[in-house]
Design a protein around this ligand. Structure first.
Ligand code: ADP
Ligand code: ZN
Length: 581
């Protein structure tokens, strides 16, 4: 290596190190709490350590190890006050770490500016794109369409492409223009990556998987040169599949053709478009891109000769879920009792990735329990983990009162769900807190159908409000808790959609909110007041529903307090007994 290159390496290392530091900082993201709640913590002797500084916010560490940020009061005797509460107080200065990072960053930046101002010699650019080489040929071409369950339309469409890749000559003879790019779009975890791999696998060619975010670079021109490097490598291999995940991170819509967006992003995008149109007629290279959000993509990507095939990949329906479960159950020792059809019924809105993870978690739990077979119980625990994260192990800190409130809250959701429609199933209610801060949950499944009607939406609003309503009925209007915040989010969203998206509210008429927004008539909209009225109405109806069945609410809550989790058959039993008598 030449001396220049050593220096380059050094700089890259420095930037990487400081990059990691910031990354670590961000991962340990600290929660910000209000000064008021900080003082409460202080008075409860919950504050361990505070780092004083001049910045608008100060850091504190609580006795439970949690770190928080709060507003800096900047009062004279703040420190004295802290000390009197027995808090360890430290004054922040510029630590060695900060100084080093600062130096590293500035020298790195200065060098890079210098580096790119003095035209980059071709070899160095090459070296640079090789050095930061993330693209790797994945020769694992054993994945086939059989490994992808469901997604029939997507598979059909891709099967056609297998032939394009295998026999481009035939198409050339007939002068057919083959698609260059395929865009797979749909929610995360639905098998887009898997489909791309299966395409390469079936065609028997290598795949070059990259992510759009790999190309978003701080240094000017590097993203574009990486794109060129990637295509060069693919061409050297001949027939192949290039897979670009998260294409939206490099192909976001440019606003009204103004140069407002990032110029760097545009350059990378242009390089990609140039490479794609630069293919020789049909040489058997297909670019597959994936995104969760087709709506934010730059239209330039979707024009003919680019990603002109767009294939939607959806969340699996019940049959697809069953198939996916079967695919991933194949190599696992499941107990007789495990019914995959039933499991498929209970996993509405699960993605393929979540289903895979469900069985995998269950297998891990079975190993830990040293059981021979994976049982329904293992799956139950795994289900919880996939849905809400780990169960909180230490529940001793939870007071009896907290558990009781959660029990009534969740029982409220469950009860309303069962009472508003016979078609609703409640498959699980739990008051086990999760590490992600959830107190519990109630899982209800409505019938699977193409269109929701107005009644369905209103019922769902009532179910969402059921938790708060139960709290108010049991503990009184002044004792309602913060536990309903995400319920209210859902309810508000549903009420607003009902009015502004679906035109289902007589009083608000058939006006579409989206159109008003697009025509800059935001001020003309009065959805908020109407939505509030609807929510109020639904809330009082919900309270009435619960009051009429107050008896069952108590039974459900008591059951939860005793067992922590109620399964569908427990719940149905309670209902059948109550309604029989
Ligand atoms: P995406 O690219 O859409 O985010 P992936 O293809 O990365 O999703 O899916 C992640 C994992 O989930 C896959 O490796 C596979 O194990 C599982 N999976 C997702 N969808 C399916 C499916 N339709 N059939 C079988 N497994 C699937
Ligand atoms: Zn709730």
């Amino acid at each position: 290596m030449k001396r220049k290159n050593y220096f380059l390496l050094f700089i890259i290392l420095l930037v990487l190190i400081s990059g990691t530091y910031f990354f670590v900082e961000r991962v340990n993201k600290i929660e910000t709490i209000s000064y008021k709640s900080f003082v409460e913590e202080l008075e409860n002797n919950q504050v361990e350590r505070v780092i004083l500084s001049d910045s608008p916010q100060i850091k504190a560490e609580l006795r439970n190890g949690e770190r928080v940020l709060t507003d800096n009061p900047r009062t004279e005797d703040f420190k004295k006050e802290l000390l009197l509460y027995g808090v360890r107080v430290e004054e922040a200065g510029l630590g060695l770490k900060e100084v080093l990072i600062f130096l590293a960053l500035t020298s790195g930046l200065i060098y890079l500016v210098y580096f790119f101002k003095n035209k980059v010699p071709k070899e160095v650019e090459k070296e640079m794109s090789n050095l930061s080489n993330m693209e790797e040929v994945d020769y694992d071409t054993r994945i086939s369409f059989k490994d992808v369950a469901g997604n029939e339309e997507a598979k059909e469409s891709l099967k056609e492409m297998v032939d394009f890749i295998k026999n481009p000559e035939v198409y050339n003879q007939y002068g057919a223009r083959l698609p260059r790019g395929v865009l797979l779009y749909g929610p995360p975890g639905t098998g887009k990556t898997l489909l791309a791999k299966a395409l390469a696998g079936e065609a028997g060619v290598p795949i070059f998987p990259v992510s759009g975010s790999d190309f978003v670079q701080v240094y000017a021109g590097l993203g574009a040169s990486r794109i060129r490097g990637l295509f060069k490598k693919a061409k050297e291999k001949g027939k192949s599949v290039i897979f670009i995940d998260e294409i939206d991170s490099l192909g976001k819509k440019r606003r009204d053709n103004q140069a407002t967006g990032s110029e760097e992003g545009d350059r990378t995008l242009n390089a990609l478009l140039a490479e794609m149109s630069g293919f020789k007629e049909n040489d058997g290279i297909i670019v597959v891109a994936a995104t969760n959000r087709i709506d934010v993509l730059d239209e330039a990507l979707l024009r003919p000769g680019r990603f002109d095939r767009q294939i939607e990949v959806q969340l699996p329906d019940i049959n697809a879920r069953e198939k996916i479960l079967r695919v991933h159950a194949k190599n696992k020792p499941l107990a007789e009792e495990v019914d995959l059809r039933k499991l498929a019924e209970e996993t509405v809105y699960f993605s393929g990735a979540q289903l895979e993870s469900l069985l995998n978690e269950a297998a891990m739990i079975a190993v830990k329990d040293q059981d021979q077979l994976i049982t329904q119980e293992h799956i139950g625990k795994a289900y919880y983990k996939v849905l809400v994260g780990d169960e909180k192990k230490d529940r001793s800190s939870l007071s009896h009162k907290d558990r009781e409130i959660t029990a009534y809250h969740e029982a409220g959701h469950a009860l309303v769900a069962k009472l508003v429609s016979k078609e609703n199933r409640v498959t699980k209610v739990s008051i086990i807190p999760s590490t992600k801060g959830m107190g519990g949950f109630s899982l209800n499944i409505g019938p699977e159908k193409m269109y929701k009607n107005k009644e369905d939406i209103l019922n769902n609003i009532k179910i969402a409000l059921g938790g708060r309503a139960a709290e108010e009925i049991v503990y009184g209007p002044d004792q309602i808790t913060t536990g309903a915040s995400s319920d209210l989010e859902k309810a508000t969203e549903m009420a607003l959609s009902l009015i502004g998206l679906y035109g289902m509210d007589r009083q608000s008429g058939l006006i579409s909110y989206n159109v008003l927004l697009s025509m800059d008539l935001k001020d003309e909209i009065d959805l908020v007041n109407r939505a509030r009225e609807i929510l109020e109405d639904m809330y009082s109806e919900t309270k009435n529903i619960l009051l009429e069945s107050r008896e069952i609410l108590n039974i459900l809550a008591a059951g939860l307090l005793e067992k922590e989790v109620l399964e569908e058959n427990d719940i149905d039993e309670i209902f059948s007994q109550e309604f029989a008598s």
